[in-house]
Design a protein around this ligand. Structure first.
Ligand SMILES: [Ca+2]
Ligand SMILES: [Ca+2]
Length: 300
C-alpha cells in the first residue's frame, strides 16, 4: 500500500534510519537534523492535530499516529503544552498487521472542554511535534456543510497517479471541471484509483435526519463506491451502503445505527487487479452534509 502523504519523505526516512541507528544520545548534529525528517512519518492521525475527540469517547480514548514503516511507537499524553503535566505514557507500542497506523489507548479519562497535548516517536528516534486536540461534543462544532479536512488517503496502485492524486480536491463545495485526457487532466477532484480510500472530517457534524444525510459528488464517470461513517478519524467504520455512483450519490446515516458522525470514509470497490486506464477508480469532487447537527443534544 502506498501512502500519499509521504511518498518522498518515506524514502528519506529509510536512508536516515540506516545511517542513524545508534540511539539518539549518540547522534551527531547532522544526524539530529536528519532525525527531524523522521517525524513527518509519525504524524497525528486521530485526533488530527488541532482536531477533536468526541466527548462520548473520552472515558476510553484512543490516539493514533501514521506508521507506514511499522516501527514500535512511544507515546506521551500531556495536560499542558509546557511539559509540566504528564498524564500517561507508553513505550514500544506495536502496530497491528493489517493497518498503516498505530493506535494507543492511554489509561486516562479525559474531560469535556479541555485541550490535551500528545506526541509520539519511533522507539529510539526523535519526538514528533507536539499535537493538540480538544474533547468536544461534536454536535456543537460549526463549519461548512462539506468535507473540510483530509484525514487519510491511501491508494494501492498507480493506475491514475499522474495528476489527480491531491485529496484536498475533495474538500469544500463542488468545483470539478475540464475535459479528461492525458494532456487536459481536468481539475477539482481526486482519483481514488482502484481500491483506494479517502477519509475526511466534515465541517459540520452529520446527523441522521429524514432520508439521505450525505451526498458524494463524482466526476468523469460512474464507479462503485462504499461510504462509511464513524466517530473518529479511525472509525470504527459503519457502512452506509454501496452505490454505483454517477454525478452524485446519496447515503443514509440511519442505516448505520449512528445518530451522528463527523468522519466519512469513501472506498473504491474495484479490484486492485483491474485493468489500468487513465480514469481508473472513483473520482471524488466533493462530499456534502445534507442533514447536520445544530445543538449539543443531538449527540446524546
Ligand atoms: Ca437519514
Ligand atoms: Ca472538488
Amino acid at each position: 500500500m502506498r501512502k500519499w502523504y509521504w511518498g518522498s519523505i518515506s524514502i528519506i526516512f529509510l536512508i536516515f534510519s540506516a545511517c542513524a541507528d545508534g540511539g539518539i544520545e549518540e547522534k551527531s548534529g547532522l544526524e539530529q537534523d536528519m532525525a527531524k525528517y523522521e517525524n513527518p512519518d509519525i504524524g497525528a492521525l486521530s485526533p488530527r492535530n488541532g482536531g477533536y475527540m468526541d466527548v462520548n469517547l473520552a472515558a476510553t480514548p484512543t490516539l493514533a499516529v501514521f506508521n507506514p514503516n511499522g516501527s514500535t511507537i512511544d507515546f506521551e499524553l500531556w495536560g499542558d503544552s509546557e511539559f509540566t503535566s504528564l498524564l500517561t505514557s507508553a513505550k514500544k507500542v506495536g502496530k497491528p498487521a493489517d493497518i498503516t497506523y498505530t493506535p494507543w489507548m492511554p489509561r486516562a479519562t479525559l474531560e469535556a472542554g479541555f485541550t490535551y497535548y500528545w506526541r509520539a516517536k519511533p522507539t529510539g528516534g526523535g519526538w514528533s511535534d507536539l499535537y493538540s486536540f480538544t474533547v468536544q461534543n461534536l454536535c456543537d462544532i460549526g463549519g461548512i456543510p462539506w468535507a473540510e479536512y483530509v484525514n487519510e488517503f491511501t491508494t494501492k496502485r498507480a493506475c491514475d497517479a499522474i495528476v489527480r492524486q491531491d485529496p484536498n480536491q475533495a474538500l469544500g463545495s463542488t468545483d470539478a471541471g475540464g475535459y479528461i485526457s492525458n494532456s487536459k487532466p481536468g481539475s477539482g477532484f481526486v482519483s481514488l484509483d482502484w481500491s483506494g480510500a479517502l477519509t475526511v472530517e466534515m465541517g459540520k457534524t452529520v446527523r441522521n435526519g429524514p432520508g439521505a444525510d450525505i451526498r458524494v459528488f463524482e466526476f468523469v464517470s460512474s464507479e462503485w463506491i462504499e461510504a462509511f461513517a464513524g466517530p473518529s478519524e479511525i472509525g470504527p467504520w459503519h457502512s452506509m451502503g454501496v452505490r454505483f455512483c454517477g454525478d452524485s450519490c446519496d447515503f443514509d446515516l440511519g442505516r448505520t445505527g449512528l445518530n451522528y458522525a463527523r468522519y466519512i470514509r469513501i472506498e473504491d470497490l474495484m479490484s486492485p487487479l483491474s485493468v489500468c486506464h487513465a480514469t481508473a477508480g472513483a473520482d471524488i469532487d466533493a462530499i456534502k452534509a445534507i442533514n447536520y447537527t445544530s445543538n449539543s443534544g443531538q449527540c446524546g
